[in-house]
Write a protein that binds this ligand. Sequence first.
Ligand SMILES: C[S@@+](CC[C@H](N)C(=O)[O-])C[C@H]1O[C@@H](n2cnc3c(N)ncnc32)[C@H](O)[C@@H]1O
Length: 376
Amino acid sequence: MEQVELPPWKNTSHNMGRSIYRLCGYMAMFPPNVPNHFIKKYSKKGDVVFDPFSGRGTTAIEACFEGRIGIGNDKNPLAYVLTKAQTSVPSYKRIIKRIQDLEKDFLSWNDTKKAEPWEIEMIFHPHTLSHLRFLKTSLNWKSSSVDNFIMAMLLGILHGRSEGYLSLPMPNTFSYSPNYIKGFVEKHNLIRPNRDAFELLRRKLQRCYDKPINKGKAYIGDARKTSKIKDSSVDLIITSPPYTRLITYAKFNWIRLWALGYDAKLLEKKLFTTSSQLKYYDFMKEVLRNCQRVLKKEAKLVLVIGDVQQKDKSKIVNLAEEVWMNCAQPLGFVKVEETIADPISDDRKVTKMWGKTRGNATKIDRILVMKQKSIQ
Ligand SMILES: C[S@@+](CC[C@H](N)C(=O)[O-])C[C@H]1O[C@@H](n2cnc3c(N)ncnc32)[C@H](O)[C@@H]1O
């Protein structure tokens, strides 16, 4: 096992003491103290900090809390909703009022569509499901920041193990496949709990409400293009691209995507994944070219990529170093500091979710800090 010196952020609180991170978890999310360290080191107040693969939005959220303008982009609509919610937090009063109004409207709501696919019906009690169906059709999350925040909270309480969640007891960060859940329900005789979505939303709001100093922005799009971000407009990029096929960001979020009105299988095809190293390098070259386009001269790019196990399990690949040699260096980036090794704590390892036998967790994240070579 490689011996590594612990990086400086390991001494700071994982969540930076912010309640907003209780909103909703996301697979392979950054521990907030990682982007926070680089935001403080490589940017100043008022700077624009961007993440082209934002996930739940950790980089953008930390940037907004630290007085920068945080911008997140992701191809997954779930990531968009979470990033937008936490970088454009509406007032507490407006959120609570909207929940009250929705609760009132529900009483006179005429539920015309009484059935949902069996996969959904097996997870939620019929009464809870009627709340969910009402909220799904009533929340205008695409156009209203209050509705988007409520939707993000709803996604956060959709499934989990305790009484604060709407589903059968199941993991919170990701969803098992429908057939796996079906087998589990039958084996353990699980009963769908009758929970009140409006009440649980109010309790969630109390637990997670927190507002950054600055407002940020969220976009849905491909990290290779991000056409809404102007040339030479960004002061710092901190990002982590998809790098292991173990994590399927749409399929493992199929219940949350149902609530947003998306088909996880169709969406999965649009997110980037490959088992070919060459295709991965082509993808990363395009991503890095776009980063060059949006970054200001001399601005830094912090890239986090974990070690991965080769398909035949014969060896562990230091993918970050491969991306450096095959993509970043040929494009004219220079390293600003030596690559940092960040051992992942046991509670964040991907394998943990499936038990010991399944898959191969990334044990070390590698952090490349680079900038474009200055032209003499
Ligand atoms: C490692 S995760 C990022 C997690 C993030 N750092 C956080 O703190 O939550 C990678 C992200 O890449 C997104 N993704 C996959 N293909 C993409 C593409 N072509 N363009 C933009 N985002 C993509 C996935 O939806 C996922 O959210």
